[in-house]
Structure formats: structure tokens, C-alpha cells
Design a protein around this ligand. Sequence first.
Ligand SMILES: Cc1ncc(C[n+]2csc(CCOP(=O)(O)OP(=O)(O)O)c2C)c(N)n1
Ligand SMILES: [Mg+2]
Length: 526
Amino acid sequence: MKRSLGAQISHMLRDRGVEVIFGIPGVHNQEMYRGIEEAGIAHILARHEQGAGFMADGYARATGKPGVAYVITGPGLCNILTPMGQGYTDSVPMLVLSSCLDEAQARRGQLHQMKDQRAAAGCVADWSCQANDAQAAYGLIERAFEEFALQRPRPKHIQVPIGRLEAEADPAPFPNQDAQRMRALAPDIAPVLSLLNIARRPLFILGGGARSNLWRQILTNLGAACFTTYAGRGLVGTGYALDFGAMLPRPGSAEVIGSADLVIAVGAELGEVDLWRDDLGHKATLVRVDLDPEVLSDRHRAAVKLQADAESFAQALWAATEAAKPATGWSPDEVAEARARWRAEVDAERPGIVPVADALRAAMPADTMIYSDMTQFAYAAKEVWDMAFPRHWHHPTGFGTLGYALPAGIGGAVARRGKPTAVIAGDYGFHYTMQELGVAVELGLSLPIILWDNGKLKEIEDSMVSSQIAPNAVVARNPDFCKLAEAFGALSAALASLSDMQDAVRAAFDAPRPTLIHVTPDILNG
Ligand SMILES: Cc1ncc(C[n+]2csc(CCOP(=O)(O)OP(=O)(O)O)c2C)c(N)n1
Ligand SMILES: [Mg+2]
């Protein structure tokens, strides 16, 4: 059936499993809105394209499926660049489709014109391409989906000139068979097995890309210890006696890593935001398993490199280690001692957060999916809060963008209706995207929003003080956040003491709309 290309694109996306699109329409991209309903896709209208982009990110992180956004030429695209940059650093599959001007070089003074929007998006996306006809648009969308499935996922941008969106086009071809990721088979892991055979203190480092449910079993078979990155939390569940936790940023972790006689890092970038130091600290052989050659060839200089999908590596390893004799070099006591010491360090570094985080964790179902912002509360909690399930805590890790948590949490809640989702934000960061509260109210999301209000940009103030800079520009006048939430049609709860936490969080999960839960450091005196 012939339709405008704009409408055909929505149908093509539906055929590839897209159920929700986040975006904002305008006269330039309205042709993309012609086919959304007809294709059976839900559209969620954000209050700012940054919100739409973070929603797409939150949806993608919750589901593993691409998050899709529709935006207009020029300012719409510029507004979504920050979420694209966030998605790039955190390996999020995101597809942004925008309109563009039919001719932007020779003509001047057109609506939404900018010098080079394709290039602008190209700076933060994996790639940014223009499709000048239907076949090109379909080819680029196909390529985006194929790459999401086969490679480290990252945002892609496709722009289509307004006139082409309006022009009639044949439908896109039906999707053909999915390709397989690069798999590790038994012979591929033989060198790793030989190393494991003689290791007394094997150590695994599991990152966000180490997707498999087999790790706990593998580590047990091998008597191996482990760390996870922040993004890898939950991969071994809670309570594994040789799990050092998400404590890589503790300086003392280098010593532990240095004491291992084999280190195997899987699906972990081990960048600045994972380690907060240059060196991993390993003295023994380092094995890297990753899909991305950039990771395999990085400064940590792995001695053994395997380009493979983590799940296939885990499967091969599991099959080969079922009858293994566990190594005996690690003791549960040394792990428990290190963890207790590091927990005390986290508490001393940013006092007053760990007890509140403990209370919040106790108040939430273990399968709550959490979206956090750039706040001290999250920095401290991420280290000491053990996760029972993988991929259940999402943070703007690499790009480090304020304003991430609320819209990303909305995207996650949309993807997980009926399951618990929560947001943690700081008072200043909340300002960036608080207008998206309106979307959460509109959608009737049972979303607790924990607002950690220390009345300032505390992380920056602390940093200035430690650099002997007289703190300035670190206090912003806050609104009455509870009244603000209510003005949007949300609920609110101001917590006076930790004992109020349980009831407030439970009520928020039961409410048919979002609840802003206001928490100040005074809660410990309540
Ligand atoms: C877009 C953006 N701009 C600036 C920053 C720098 N920054 C990091 S944390 C922070 C202060 C956050 O204050 P708040 O949300 O109240 O959290 P707190 O540190 O007080 O817990 C700032 C300005 C950033 N990360 N992102
Ligand atoms: Mg603050």
C-alpha cells in the first residue's frame, strides 16, 4: 500500500518490533506522525526533546530494544543531542529520526535552519545520515537495527528532507532473518581455560555488557572472586561470598586486583568512570572479552583478547567448568573485610547518605528498576547497594548528564507497566527536566521520585572546597518541591524520619500517578 514516506517509516518500525515512540511534532516532521497510530505504535509527547531522548534511553535500557524518538529539524534535533551523547557513552540502542530542510546550503532564512544539523548529530551519535529517498531511508533503518543487534549498541540519527517525507512511497521490505552476533565456541575459550586451570586466585570483572544469567554458577564452579562495574551490578545476584561488589572505584581495589593471579574482564569498558584511576592494578595476565575492538585494544593492554558476545562466552565457560575443581586462593573473610572497609570509606566520604540509602533499599521490592541522576546520593548508593537483578539500576554514567533520571525513569516505567520503577534525583539536577513530571502524570505512572534535597550543588561545593576554591555558584533557590509536584497533578510526601520511608515508598508504588518523595539530610535527625 502506498503511503507518504513519513507514514511508511512508522510502519517499518512497527514491523521491527517498535511499540513506543517518544517525541515532539512540528510542521516539519508532522508527516512522520501521519502513520503512527495506524501502525499501532504508541506516541509519548515529551515536554522537551531532551526529555524525549532520555525517555527513549530509559525504555531501551529497560527492554534491551531500541528506544526511538521523532524530532523536528534544527532546535528539536539540537535538544536531543545531549541524550544521544549519553546513550553513546553508555552503549544504549537509540534511533533518532528527524526531518531536515530540503535545501539548506543556497537558501537562507528558512524556519529551523542551522548550519549543518547532520554533522552536529554525528558528533554525538554512532552515525548520522541523510536519506534522500525511500530506499535510502529503509536501508539506513535496516542498518541501524542490524547494528543494534550485532555490535555494541549506540545511538544513530537519520534525517529525511521534508519534501521526501511527504512524497508517496512503497512500503519498506519485510524484515528478513536476524543475524547472529560473533559467538565464542568451545575451541575459542581453550586458552582461557588453560589459564583458569592453573589459577589459584582467578578474578572476574563483569561490566554492563556481560549479559548472562550464568555468572554466579561459573564463579562458584571456579572458586573465582569478582567485581562488577556500576553497570554490571546484579549480574551475580546478592550474597556470593567472593563478590567484592561494585567497588572498583575504591583505591584499595587495585591492591585486590593486583593480588589475583588471573583477571578476566567481560563486557567492561574499564574507563575513567569505572575506575576513577588510570590503572586497573593487575599484575597477572589480563583477559578481555568484548564485542568492541576499541575495548580490546585499550590502554589496559590485555594479554588475551576474545571478540565475542558475552552470553556465548559464559555458556561455553559454564559447560567447560561444570566439573572443575574450584580454586582455593580466595577467602570469604578477606572479601567481607574489604567490603566492610570500603563501605565505611563511602560513608565517610559523603556522610549521611549510606543510612538513608539502606532504608530506601529496604523499602523497595528487590525487582525495582532504578534510574538515578548526578547526585551525591546516587554516587554513594551505587557503591554500597547490592542489586539482586542485573540491569536494574541505570545511571548517566559516561556523559554524566544532569536531568537524566526523571525522563529516563518515565521511559522505563512505560516499558515495565505493572513492575516497580523508581527515580532518584538531586535538588539541582531535578530542575533540568522536572517538566516531564507532566508526562508521568498524564500516563498515570506509579513512579516514586526520591528527591535528595541538600539545598545546593553539593558535589560541586565539596569539590571546590577540596581544591581550596571559595565555594561560589553552588546554591540555587529551590521551589517548594512538594507543591510543585502537586501543581503538576502528582502526589508528594515530605519525609521527617527514616521510619516514614517504608510507608511513603509503598504508597507511591500503589498510587495511580507519580509521587515526589522529598528527603533532606535532616531526615537522620528526625
Ligand atoms: C548538564 C550538566 N551540567 C553540569 C554538570 C556538573 N554537575 C555535576 S553534579 C552537579 C550538581 C548537582 O547538584 P544536585 O543535583 O543538587 O546533586 P548533589 O550533588 O547536591 O547531591 C553539577 C552542576 C553536569 N553533570 N551535567
Ligand atoms: Mg543538591
